[in-house]
Ligand binder design. Structure first.
Ligand code: FAD
Length: 469
């Protein structure tokens, strides 16, 4: 299908999505959307341009729909199906076509109550191999190990669940399991589901906590492209590709997720500015005579600045997307430099969007208090801030990686700050938190360097949310 024809069909399909519905109806909308076959669950790998464009076109509706459906969509296509693509064996990847045709939905269970934003690094859900029955037994031994915030967790028939694998008493690290969570008769045995409760926005999306009480899943549920369990004598873990762990490969989904989220934040902001501009162009002002609200100096300046800023962000994120798409199609792991650029793009796009939309809200007057203006959905950006890597956690990682480098890199300011933090760290690990302002300052310099290196001549302003307290 020609790209333009596909685009039109996708635009028409997503224009029908509604958010003033129950989470069950919202889930039905996604089932129908995937059954159109317009976007395949495998497009992330074989047609990443379509995958990202589909996300962008859906995000155009976010100021009207809020974050619920967009999150449901990206969890299913990127986190759930994307994880199967990344760490599933051939047979497991083949299942995606069947899942799509039947309109089944999947969730992605990574986050845990105790681990929060550090989930993935910390995984306390245990999957113990039972050699006799050739099953894995999933258990959350304490409340902190229960899965938390799992989107689509109350409706999805399937889930990619991340758990720490134990074989014959040995820890094999975090692994993902493609498991059934619900059948026509309801939830599978020994898995307990709870509703996270009402959110500020996005209540058309179900978010669940999930507790495993010795849930048994067969051997073939382990997504086993990089490692599997051989039965016999208690069982043994066999790594298929040296040097590559399943968890590192699941982490790959975070890169496509970060690019999609960066686009979502930018697209939301563009649309909110467009909607507000339509209003302020129409709104007559008493002074100066025959003018409208758009002519008010601070608002006019904000519109100009937002346009310039959004163009810069779009160029930067587009570069990241292009390079990442090459890697996805070639089945390659992105270089460290690209991983750093993607983290920078995610931080910059979400924080700058929050900044711009907040300023717009402050300067457009009472309009910002009205329903259906898009302002009531601004927490969409809050979700962008922590989805697929929270801004602060990504900044900590950028700074840590920079401090580990001993060779000179970046501006003299970056080198000086790096030196100061390297010196401080000689006093012990506590120095990191004690110097948190320097840590975030350094991370911001790394973000700026990445923008300048991908888009020469481009400079960006520090968003309010990242400025000092
Ligand atoms: C609507 C929604 C949908 C979601 N969907 C899914 C899903 O489908 N699957 C899934 O697995 N997860 C999902 N999540 C979870 C999400 O990705 C985050 O992991 C989760 O929201 C963490 O939130 P928390 O408040 O528990 O974090 P906490 O760990 O309590 O962190 C709170 C704040 O403290 C800061 N912080 C914490 N630790 C540190 C540190 N060491 N250094 C500096 N700052 C720190 C962070 O900046 C953060 O803002 C979803 C969350 C939401 C809200």
């Amino acid at each position: 299908m020609a790209t333009e024809e596909w685009r039109q069909q996708w635009i028409e399909a997503v224009a029908k999505i509604r958010s003033d519905v129950s989470y069950n109806e919202s889930a039905q909308q996604l089932r129908r959307l995937q059954q159109t076959g317009l976007l395949k669950l495998t497009d992330l790998k074989y047609n990443p341009a379509k995958f990202f464009e589909a996300h962008r076109l859906l995000a155009r509706h976010a100021p009207n729909l809020g974050p619920g459906f967009w999150i449901r969509f990206t969890v299913h296509y990127n986190l759930f199906a994307g994880s199967v693509l990344a760490v599933g064996n051939e047979d497991q990847v083949k299942q995606l076509d069947d899942i799509q045709q039947k309109g089944l939905l999947g969730c992605f269970g990574l986050t845990e109550k105790l681990a929060g934003v550090n989930s993935g690094g910390v995984v306390n859900t245990i999957a113990e191999w039972d050699d006799q029955t050739q099953e894995f037994v999933l258990t959350s031994h304490e409340v902190g190990a229960q899965k938390n915030w799992i989107s689509q967790g109350l409706v999805g028939e399937l889930g990619v669940v991340v758990a720490d694998l134990r074989v014959a008493g040995k820890r094999c690290g975090a692994h993902a399991f493609l498991m059934e969570l619900r059948t026509a008769n309801g939830p599978v045995p020994n898995v307990e589901f709870g509703d996270m409760g009402r959110k500020t926005v996005g209540n058309d999306l179900d978010n669940a906590w999930i507790a495993f009480h010795g849930a048994r899943v067969p051997r073939h549920t382990l997504l086993s492209r990089y490692g599997e369990v051989q039965p016999g004598n208690g069982g043994s873990y066999v790594s298929r590709v040296k040097g590559l762990t399943n968890m590192a490969m699941i982490g790959q989904r975070l890169f496509s997720g970060r690019v999609a989220v960066a686009w979502a934040a930018i697209t939301f902001t563009r649309k909110l500015f467009e909607m507000t501009r339509e209003y302020s162009d129409r709104k007559k002002c008493w002074v100066p005579k025959n003018s409208n609200l758009t002519q008010v100096p601070q608002l006019q300046h904000l519109y100009t600045r937002a346009e310039e800023t959004l163009q810069k962000l779009e160029a930067f994120v587009a570069s990241c997307e292009k390079q990442l798409s090459d890697c996805l199609q070639k089945d390659e792991i992105p270089s460290v430099a690209l991983q750093e650029a993607i983290a920078s793009a995610k931080i910059l796009a979400s924080e700058t969007s929050i900044d711009l939309c907040f300023r717009l809200k402050q300067d457009v007057g009472s309009h910002a208090l009205m329903g259906d203006t898009g302002f009531e959905q601004m927490d969409f950006l809050q979700a962008c801030k922590f989805a697929e890597g929270d801004s602060r956690i990504l900044m900590q990682k950028l700074a840590r990686d920079r401090v580990r480098l001993t060779s000179p890199l970046g501006s003299s300011e970056e080198q000086q700050l790096t030196k100061e933090l390297q010196e401080a760290m000689k006093g012990g690990a506590k120095a990191w938190d004690a110097n948190f302002e320097k840590v975030y300052d350094l991370a911001w310099l790394v973000v700026q360097r990445n923008v300048a290196s991908m888009c020469p001549g481009t400079s960006v302003r520090l968003p309010c949310g990242l400025s000092k307290l």
